[in-house]
Design a protein around this ligand. Structure first.
Ligand code: BEZ
Length: 283
């Protein structure tokens, strides 16, 4: 997918994703996703769903391989921008935890979006339903410990200003390998690989990088605050993080990614039934 602002179920009503800011200052999101395309290895003619497609850049790269791709995202501004970027490709507004298609897919792909979807069981159920038997699910998103220093700094700043926080109720879903593989297995998937790895990520925007990142992605923590106080929090977060995460004019965010490949295993006909169907023998 292309991107990130997939399903932000935590977003305040009426708060729309700033697709222009996303396009201009956060291109690293889909640039890193290109790596995941190699894992997907789309084949010409395959039908592929890009779950949380954002502004459509990875959807387009999938289409360029000759696969037939559909992009979905629950943010109207992202879908609007994706349609502008790639008018020949199909993009649809849909909730990642509540979607269905009449024609099944060979693969579901998702880059940097699942951490916005706070009902992961329902998401896995939708992915399962939409895949053909034998189909694959290839996804990468924030894993356990993702941007932890940044989140801690934001909570510290909010608490120092006297705002109540609920640290145990993070607005994102960053599971461990064990947690997510178990969830997929409970849905019926066979998980063939799961990898949790660090990806220190230089932020776009130079000295402004942290402010821009917090403006784009941190609003889920600050939605209830007036704009002026949001600026105060952003300044305090930057001050806390600067010694460790600002070097030579650039900010680094310590992303940690969870990459999974899972299959909807084909139901294998029980051997005895197959045998008896092809012989006169009765057991
Ligand atoms: C991430 O892509 O890892 C991320 C996005 C938004 C908030 C936190 C993390």
């Amino acid at each position: 997918m292309s991107s990130e602002p997939g399903s932000n179920e935590q977003m305040a009503p009426g708060k729309a994703w700033d697709a222009a800011l996303y396009e201009s200052k956060h291109s690293f999101v889909w640039k890193y996703g290109a790596d995941l395309l190699e894992v997907l290895a789309p084949q010409p003619g395959e039908r592929i769903l890009d779950l949380g497609c954002g502004t459509g850049h990875l959807t387009a790269q999938i289409a360029a391989t000759g696969a037939r791709v559909v992009g979905i995202d629950n943010a109207p501004s992202m879908i609007e921008q994706a349609r502008k970027n790639y008018p020949d490709l199909p993009f649809e507004l849909a909730d990642g935890a509540d979607f269905a298609f009449a024609e099944p897919f060979d693969a579901v792909f998702s880059n940097a979006a699942l951490h916005w979807m706070k009902r992961p069981e329902q998401v896995a159920a939708c992915v399962w339903q939409t895949l053909k038997p034998g189909g694959r699910f290839v996804a990468e998103f924030g894993g356990k410990g993702n941007v932890q220093a940044l989140i801690d700094a934001a909570y510290n700043a909010l608490e120092a200003l006297g705002f109540p926080t609920r640290r145990e109720q993070a607005p994102w879903y960053f599971p461990s390998i064990g947690e997510y593989a178990t969830l997929l297995e409970q849905q019926g998937f066979e998980v063939s690989s799961a990898l949790l790895f660090d990806r220190p990520t230089p932020l776009d925007g130079g000295a402004e990088g942290m402010r821009l990142w917090l403006k784009m992605f941190g609003s889920a923590l600050m939605n209830d605050l007036p704009a002026e106080q949001q600026q105060t929090v952003i300044r305090q977060v930057a001050a806390q993080l600067r010694p460790a995460f600002y070097r030579d004019g650039a900010w680094i965010a310590l992303y940690r990614r969870l990459r999974v490949v899972a299959h909807k295993a084909e139901v294998v006909e029980p051997l005895l039934l197959r045998y008896s169907a092809h012989t006169d023998e009765r057991w």
